[in-house]
Design a protein around this ligand. Sequence first.
Ligand SMILES: [Zn+2]
Length: 229
Amino acid sequence: MHADITGYSGVMARFAEGIRQFRQTEYRGDRELMQQLQQGQKPELLLVGCCDSRVDFSLLAGVHPGEVFTVRNIANLVPPYDYGGGTGQGVRAAIEYGVKMLQVSHVVVFGHAQCGGIKAAIDTAAGDAPASDFIGSWLVLAQDACRQETVDSNGELHQLPVSALKEYSYLVERASVLNSLANLRGYPWVAERVAAGTLTLHGWWFDLQTGDLWVTAPNGDAFMPLDFD
Ligand SMILES: [Zn+2]
């Protein structure tokens, strides 16, 4: 028995057609890559991305099959190595598989502008947590990033009010990526490979409005815009 592709309508029909076309070009055209991938995968990059439909790393970065091992979750968060309660166990398992078994050379934590998950974390910090079964307990991981400080004209540090964070959510989005990188360094086999020079950690933040990409230096902990020219 076969299901009939004409049984699909709307977006599902379009996606099934996309698979049909991919099959046509990649399996019946140049078979080399897909045949090679049948032997196994050897991706060089482990990506921790957000679920957001607007920031598909593979699409934005022109990724081919076999190149990127990907785990996506709300707000692209990496839990600490010893985080309790089983929260994010799937994320930690994917990181373990990518780093220990697949031996990727790079990890990118891929944040982005207008992140709904980070917005919900900021709302929670403001005492206005959205009602949810699972989202709220997941976004606890982003609460530290909601504490942002600023230096006034006298050189004194002040905590930014949450109302300001709502307006400057990119500060929290980027800080959260840096926190995730710090958490990653707490995974013993990540730290070992970074120290050995066989693994490099990157924070990337994609600006949906302009298409700009902000990056940390390799293994660094500060964001700067990438000069594409
Ligand atoms: Zn997001």
